[in-house]
Design a protein around this ligand. Sequence first.
Ligand code: SF4
Length: 319
Amino acid sequence: MHYVTFLDDRSQKIGRARRKIKISLRGYDYKTWVPADLSHIALPVYMIAYSPCPKLRDIYLEVVQGLPRQPTWERYKGRLIDSVYKLVHRKCESYLSSCNVRNFDIYTHLINEEQAILDEAKNRFSSELAAISPPPSPTKIASLDEQLRKVVGFESSLIASLMNFQIAKVRAANPMRIFRQYFDFNIDLALTAPHQGIRGDATPDFIYRHKVIGDIKSGKWEEFFEQTIVAYALAYEEHTGENMDYGVILHVEFTNRRVPSHHRTKIDILDDAKRKRYLLLRERKFAVIESGNDPGMPNSQALCDPGCSFLSTCWGGSG
Ligand code: SF4
């Protein structure tokens, strides 16, 4: 997550958007709201944004038929990774509240906390892991552990290098002030956006510098990542009445390197085209729910997202 600070520093993109976003595509404008005749429908952000099914049958099965979405390894893994990024940030805040510039050694502190961070994240989602069927193999679990350790190691070195650099530059340094200035992340957001048709709170992973809305995603790059970030931006605009022009997907991939790969991560303007694409998708999904009709299945299972939790419902596990 702290990688975004480095990205911002290198790109200097924030505030330089040339294209203006139309007011009518802002979350506080009624033209982006769910029409009055569909205002009884509301879904959580992930159900609006995530579309494993070319026919949108997943929405029909889950909402109209009431079938539960099965927990999957990919979803569990994603939650754990998100959680580790945020726990690193919280560990920094608690460490900095009790240290001074003379004894400041955030790198050693975070590395010493590595196991505690992993344990806390895993405890949080233990029931989700237990519900995955078939259960993941010990090798899979060990490999995820290794990936989480890479995240902690990488984040720790990024945070320590930037902070040590800033401390070295000035005569009177205050570590907490430096941390807040450079790693200005709000990770406790809960946005209310009923007009956007969002059920419950919309909870993006972070907002950086009050200007960039961010979400952490792992695994292969998916089109719905962009839809998610636009949904959060519209929710932010409805909730606060303020503009949210930028988004970032902190995309995490793991290779045989010692550090996670973020090569697809960039700070982007959430322009009119992206907003229109999202609103169209939301409209299509709400229409499926309103009609109550089964939209049918694609011609072949090859067209289904392998991560769809309704594979066995639709294809009987045979394909
Ligand atoms: S299994 Fe395939 S057809 Fe069924 S909901 Fe998922 S993507 Fe759609």
